[in-house]
Ligand binder design. Structure first.
Ligand SMILES: *Cc1c(COP(=O)(O)O)cnc(C)c1O
Length: 220
């Protein structure tokens, strides 16, 4: 008897299909399973199925949830998505293997100092406010070159760009713009695409898709 496909298998299959349509290798796309708000019991099936790359949006939640899981699965890679306060930089550097939300000069200073102190250089994406929305995280397009230069000066390994496009409107033009900005700056990785639009993002070059609710169900 066939088992019904798990959400993880379904999402992996959809990523692979989108990659093939775009002439890309499916392995070129990292699925970051966004487990924020979901307890360890919800994460366990993905770990048991071999998934190892997860994302959280709060330092404190990650620190309470992940140490025990990491003891059982030491190869876990934990990514930080979402706003990071400068006063949490040190904890973020100690807790995460990748940071997707470097978005302002004060955070460059704080993360640069934290990485120096810890002797641990955590790869970062610079988050761009791609729709130039008020109240949204991310640096403006105009600020991007200076922020990249500051990050380089601070010894922060910036590996690519990240965005969360405006809600309620076709995301493709924003993904395409992020890809162009990254290429203009010689950056090769793109963190873009969430549950609603990850296939579009993959077709437009995403190397990291951040999928939460499509894997874990709605957040309470
Ligand atoms: C919560 C979150 C996601 C995942 O969102 P879903 O719509 O649940 O897939 C992705 N990126 C960021 C920055 C998030 O905060």
């Amino acid at each position: 008897m066939d088992q019904p496909a798990s959400p993880l298998d379904t999402i992996r299959g959809r990523i692979a299909q989108a990659a093939r349509i775009a002439g890309r290798a499916p392995e070129a796309v990292e699925l970051v399973a966004i487990s924020k708000t979901h307890p360890a019991e919800a994460i366990a099936p993905l770990l048991a199925a071999g998934h190892r790359v997860f994302g959280e949006n709060r330092v404190q939640e990650a620190q309470s949830k992940w140490p025990a899981l990491r003891e059982a699965y030491p190869e876990v890679q934990l990514h930080l998505v979402g706003q990071l306060q400068s006063n949490k930089a040190q904890e973020a550097v100690a807790t995460f293997d990748c940071i997707h939300s470097l978005d302002r000069p004060s955070l460059v200073t704080a993360l640069g100092a934290a990485m120096e102190k810890a002797g641990r250089r955590v790869p970062c994406f610079v988050q761009v406010n791609i729709g130039e929305e008020e109240q949204k995280g991310g640096c403006s397009l105009a600020e991007l070159p200076a922020l990249l230069a500051a990050a380089a000066d601070a010894g922060i390994p910036v590996i690519g760009l990240m965005c969360v496009p405006p809600a309620g409107i076709e995301a493709a033009p924003f993904f395409a713009l992020l890809a162009k900005l990254a290429a203009d700056h010689g950056l090769h990785r793109l963190s873009m695409g969430m549950s609603e639009d990850f296939e579009t993002a993959v077709m437009l070059g995403a190397t990291h898709v951040r999928v939460g609710s499509a894997l874990f169900g709605a957040r309470g």
